[in-house]
Design a protein. Structure first.
Length: 318
């Protein structure tokens, strides 16, 4: 027989009962759990905010090293440079192009042609010259400078009317442009940009102040004209002198009759005729009609200078 524990004989065995927490204890536990949840929420929100700040910082500072664990978006590539506008056939033929292969017509074209050329502009007289040329339906060439910025729109006007534009240096200051080759080309670059702003390209046509035969340049740099006559074409330019002068450079507003007599000559197949376009040459536009009519009556045509035209070079004296 199984024996019952001492002192409990005859009494039934009762199961052990676990006491329930009081309502006060339950409230205290709930409050503690709420505090834990709140802390976890704050931590999670703060972490997300910090992450957002890191990402924003990386986006705001392209190229900065990424923070550990943060993926950096690649920088957007820079936009490609805008292409140079394509030149039309006429502009391409007149534009400076060192790679161009040109058969220069130094010995003439064999056809009776007059090339009217105007140096030193633009000026207040440019519109007058253009109007005369339009009236007779002839084209010419303007070798321009940078003297009068407020007249530069006439360069575009002349080009749009079918005339050629050439470079006659920015300053036309002998002491400055003939100080050295670097000084000359620096000056030429400046006037080239002036012309480009007006017509969209730098032309290859040039004319030396005083022409290639000038001897004034020896006072500033002996031998410079020989060097420029060699190096200018090597850079893609061509220079143009003249074989007939109108004589309008002899003074202010030279008499019309003298300009006509100097300009109208016999015996040349190709006439490269020098005029000046400046504020002190009011009589030059007045003389133009008679000069144009003289050559038209003798069967000449008038052309602007192009790569296909006559190239007139003086003998170099320095």
């Amino acid at each position: 027989m199984t024996r019952e524990p001492e002192g409990r004989r005859g009494a039934p065995v009762r199961p052990k009962v676990t006491s329930r927490p009081s309502a006060r204890e339950q409230q205290r536990s709930a409050r503690g759990l709420a505090v834990v949840v709140a802390l976890l929420t704050v931590v999670l929100i703060g972490g997300a905010g910090a992450l957002a700040l890191l990402v924003s910082a990386q986006r705001a500072a392209p190229g900065a090293p990424a923070a550990p664990g943060v993926l950096q978006e690649p920088d957007a590539p820079p936009p490609p440079p805008e292409p140079e506008p394509t030149l039309d056939e006429r502009a391409a033929g007149l534009a400076l192009d060192p790679s161009a292969q040109t058969d220069w017509r130094l010995d003439g074209t064999g056809e009776k042609t007059v090339y009217l050329t105007f140096d030193d502009g633009p000026s207040d007289n440019t519109p007058r010259v253009l109007d005369v040329l339009d009236r007779y339906g002839v084209k010419a060439t303007f070798f321009v400078t940078g003297h009068e910025p407020d007249k530069r729109g006439y360069i575009r006007d002349a080009y749009e009317r079918g005339h050629s534009i050439g470079l006659h240096t920015m300053t036309h200051d002998y002491a400055q442009v003939y100080a050295s080759e670097d000084a000359f080309f620096g000056d030429l670059d400046q006037v080239g940009q002036v012309v480009k702003e007006q017509i969209g390209f730098v032309p290859y046509l040039t004319r030396f102040p005083g022409g290639a035969s000038n001897t004034v340049s020896v006072n500033y740099c002996p031998g410079i004209m020989s060097a420029l006559a060699r190096d200018l074409p090597a850079r893609g330019y061509q220079f143009y002198d003249w074989n007939v002068s109108s004589g309008d450079a002899a003074g202010t507003n030279v008499d019309v009759e003298k300009i006509v007599q100097s300009s109208c000559v016999e015996g040349y197949t190709n006439v490269m005729l020098l005029f000046h376009d400046s504020a002190t040459k009011d009589t030059t536009p007045d003389a133009l009609p008679r000069i144009i009519e003289f050559y038209q009556q003798r069967g000449y045509r008038f052309e602007p200078i192009t790569r296909e035209g006559f190239v007139c070079h003086h003998g170099v004296n320095n």
